[in-house]
Design a protein around this ligand. Structure first.
Ligand code: ADP
Ligand code: MG
Length: 209
């Protein structure tokens, strides 16, 4: 399947062609239509299967660029993963004029992040600890968030971020779309899905090996 079979906007299709993303990976083929419909999703696929674009393309498609306020939040377990995911989102979004993507990761000075949030952004990628800190300082406005993504949710739980994630989700609009990606499905992930998602579509791509 190629990307033109998905209902993606012309600027996104143009970038995908420029980046030579010719075929849709299985997790992308199954996730993108569900996410474009605004539905909740639990996705499982091995590393390197293209999960970032699977959630990033629908996020980018839905961003209202004319409103420079936070519309999507992606939580990742580490600063390095935040930088990687934000880099991929910026690359895929490079034909969206004025798109602002922030990294809100711990282990870095908080002041520049506060200032960037005050200037306004469309999308943020952060670690649970730092995002919660910014929420508590009342600089992160969750009122316009329409989608929250938990990327590598099992790793975030392993790292002890459960409570932070729960508090962040509890502070976001009930009407949000909640997307959860995880490499494994222990009971703790099932429990988070039950607590924070509405009738999620379950997508599992078995590894080829
Ligand atoms: P995961 O999160 O599943 O581990 P990533 O989203 O990091 O995987 O993707 C792994 C690599 O594959 C990245 O370099 C990404 O740019 C590339 N990639 C993703 N989707 C496609 C695609 N459809 N065609 C070509 N390359 C892709
Ligand atoms: Mg990933």
């Amino acid at each position: 399947m190629d990307f033109s079979a998905l209902a993606l906007s012309p600027p996104l299709l143009q970038v995908l062609a420029e980046l030579k993303f010719q075929t849709v990976t299985p997790i992308q083929a199954q996730s993108i239509p569900v996410l474009l419909q605004g539905r909740d999703l639990v996705g499982q696929a091995k590393t390197g299967s293209g999960k970032t674009a699977a959630f990033a393309l629908p996020l980018l498609q839905k961003i209202q660029l004319s409103h420079r306020r936070l519309q999507a939040l992606v939580l990742c377990p580490t600063r390095e993963l935040c930088a990687q995911v934000a880099g991929e989102i910026r690359r895929l979004g490079r034909r969206l004029p004025g798109l602002q993507v922030l990294v809100l990761a711990g282990g870095q000075p908080v002041r520049p992040q506060i200032e960037a949030l005050e200037r306004g952004a469309h999308l943020a990628v952060g670690t649970p600890g730092r995002v919660l800190d910014l929420l508590q300082r009342e600089v992160l406005d969750t009122r316009h968030l329409s989608t929250v993504v938990l990327d590598e949710a099992d790793r975030m739980l392993d790292m002890g971020f459960r409570e932070d994630m729960e508090r962040i989700l509890g502070a976001t609009p009930k009407t949000r779309q909640t997307v959860l990606f995880s490499a494994t499905f222990p009971d703790s992930i099932e429990a988070m899905s039950r607590a924070f998602q509405k009738e999620p579509t379950r997508v599992t791509v078995e590894s080829a090996d």
